[in-house]
Ligand binder design. Structure first.
Ligand code: XMP
Length: 338
């Protein structure tokens, strides 16, 4: 097939992936895709300016890296830290995109705004609405400060298109964007499946940690600090999650298990620390495998590793004195707790 014919696929406005479109599996195929996209993006954007909400997730990161390659400083990325990110996540976005790739990156630490709004809110759907709504507000406020932006980059991938076609979910990215967006959309990944996006991300030189990361929900740690979020419990959650991720990586489970995280509910238990009674939070460890997230089974973790993780969390994290392992599959449990 000619290069032009392939380019037509990627830019087709029908949003249908032709059956004859080859899967991107190798570095060479990814390089070819990147070259074609860079040309297409330059053609679409010309001298224009592009804006992108960069969460640090796989899709937005790969779109950012592609756009930087295609139009460099014509792209402005906005990274909103809603205070519910995992440990080190925002820093990684800054390190990779600002320091390594030289992107125009606006970093907004909106943690206080989000956490103040969430204070005392315990209903999971209300929490989601607040987080999604505030995200749009913060992004809009920052976008309004920029002049002459004609394009909006989005990390839409093919499953998003399929799901919106089937009416499963509305097609939007990064917690949803305003309905009245006047900018032209730039969606270079819209015909790719997730595994192809990862191959392209690696070919663009993005770190493995970013490209092969497990799914992380838009509302972030907010749905794992169950009930009304408090800053101290959120911090305990962040630290326990970091320990779990570190130990999973050391054990090679980060490559095997689909999703793994800790949950710190508003539940305290009696324990003993330093010879004294300690009334502290309970931390729940969850690790699941699934194909499509519609159903899931638990990872049967080695006892020794579980004990090690429990020992580290209860000894290193302030406010936690007990760890539990969640052995519930989906159904009846969902993957997340909220
Ligand atoms: P559940 O808990 O429904 O999760 O079994 C299935 C998958 O979806 C992710 N998830 C979310 N992702 N916003 C997201 O972007 C959300 O509000 C949300 N809730 C759940 C979850 O992490 C799992 O991968």
């Amino acid at each position: 097939m000619s290069k032009d014919a392939r380019a037509d696929y990627y830019s087709n406005s029908e949003n249908i992936r032709p059956e004859s479109m080859k899967r991107i599996e190798t570095k060479e195929q990814a390089d070819e895709f990147i070259d074609e996209q860079v040309a297409l993006l330059r053609k679409q954007i010309g001298e224009g300016k592009v804006l992108l909400a960069l969460s640090g997730g796989v899709d937005s990161s790969v779109v950012a890296a592609l756009l930087i390659k295609a139009v460099g400083k014509q792209l402005t990325c906005i990274h909103v830290n809603h205070g519910l990110m995992r440990k080190g996540e925002s820093q990684m976005v800054l390190d990779v995109f600002e320091k390594q790739l030289g992107a125009n990156l606006i970093y907004i630490d909106a943690s206080d705004r989000f956490l103040d709004l969430l204070e005392g809110v315990s209903d999971p759907e209300k929490k989601r609405k607040i987080i999604g709504g505030e995200f749009i507000k913060v992004f809009d406020e920052e976008a309004a400060k920029l002049e002459g932006v004609g394009f909006l980059g989005q990390g839409t991938i093919y499953p998003d298109i399929l799901e919106s076609k089937d009416g499963i979910k509305a097609h939007h990215n990064v917690g949803g964007l305003p309905e009245d967006v006047k900018m032209e959309l730039v969606e270079p990944l819209k015909l790719l499946f997730k595994d192809e996006v990862r191959v392209v991300g690696s070919a663009l030189g993005l770190p493995d940690e970013m490209v092969n990361r497990q799914p992380f929900p838009g509302p972030g740690l907010g749905v794992r600090c169950t009930g009304a979020i408090t800053r101290d419990r959120l911090e305990a959650l962040r630290e326990s999650d970091a320990i779990l991720r570190e130990e999973f990586k050391k054990a090679g489970l980060d490559k095997k298990v689909w999703q793994y995280f800790t949950v710190v509910p508003d539940l305290k238990a009696t324990g003993v620390k330093d010879g004294k009674r300690a009334f502290e939070w309970v931390c729940i460890i969850r690790a699941v495998n699934t194909k499509d997230a519609m159903s899931a089974t638990i990872e049967r973790i080695d006892w020794e590793l579980l004990e090690k993780i429990s020992y580290r969390i209860t000894n290193e994290v302030k406010g936690i004195n007990r760890c539990l392992y969640d052995v519930t599959s989906k159904p009846t449990g969902t993957i997340e707790f909220e």
